[in-house]
Ligand binder design. Sequence first.
Ligand code: SF4
Length: 372
Amino acid sequence: MISDAAEYPVNLYPSEQKTGDKARQLRSPKYVQLSTAAAITLGLIPGKMYRTPCTHCLNLLVTYPEGCRANCTYCGLARHREESRSYNERNFIRVDWPTVDYDELLQKIEQKADQGQFQRMCISMITHPSSDADTFTLLEKWTARVPHIPVSILSNPTTLEYNDLLRMKALGTDIFTVALDAATEEIFERTRGKSVDSPHRWEKYWQVLKWAQEIFGAAKFGAHIICGMGETEKDILNLCQKIKDMGGHNHMFAFYPEQGSMMEEWPAVDRGQWRRVQLGRYLIDYRGVFVEDMQFDAQGRVTHFSLEESELENIIQSGLPFRTSGCPGNQADDISACNRPYGDSKPSDILSYPFAPNEEDTKQIKSQMENN
Ligand code: SF4
């Protein structure tokens, strides 16, 4: 525990302090994990984030000492890491996710410890027998106590049924998303399906996406997609178009080889590929461009975005396509309240910008984009 003294009135447990009997007690719904960025924004841990003062989304994760029961090859929480690490030492994405008492956290939010920074809260589910029920409990408490901050659910389709989505909606969920992650069925199967002894099924994920489309409606559902797991640019942009055509949004993540995961040796996403995919996704989601009008080479790389050069240049210069993509906040000009600072890259080599890129950044983005 970092401290329960006045300076840190919330009991907070970073990974290295989640050991022994205490670790066994740290389970949802009494406890949740939160991103390091959210903990800093709330003043729960000391620290500063590089070039950005805060995050605008309170990202939470349900937590259990026995961990996630799925076995995704790229994930820091996966079951296969049991042999090498205890659950408490496994990371969700890249950085530590400390654990806090949920009621104490709610109290902090009621006291406005975030100083009005949070525009959204998000609950990430995992594959665990208690995850559905605990998500309902967390959600219900949140909407009763902090109704002014909207909630996103990053769902686990494997354990969800149609009525669960109805219930989430009734309890006040604003946006419902599916962590599809893989851009194609083949990649899904290879990274998180039967072949790696994981319970997830491509068909079920699409079934839940269709339920989300029906229950939550246009612009209120979406998918998380990881770029760089073996798909082509054409594959991933085709998927973005499909989700967009359904009325949803695409939230893009750069593949990062998580240490200790089965894909730790897989190369980090190619920078040129990533920048073109970021741009293509933005054009599809926000500028009415269709993937069918883009041009691709024989390797599936984008060669033309179907816009006049000057228009494309203006869009690139705006920096918007290269910012973190995620659920919106309450600012009309905000592309994503969920800015997940350094969730998919190091501050020294930023892939998803949690702030507006400056001139130097844009120069680098352009030179990366021109590389094949
Ligand atoms: S984009 Fe952010 S807020 Fe939205 S579901 Fe994903 S993690 Fe949650």
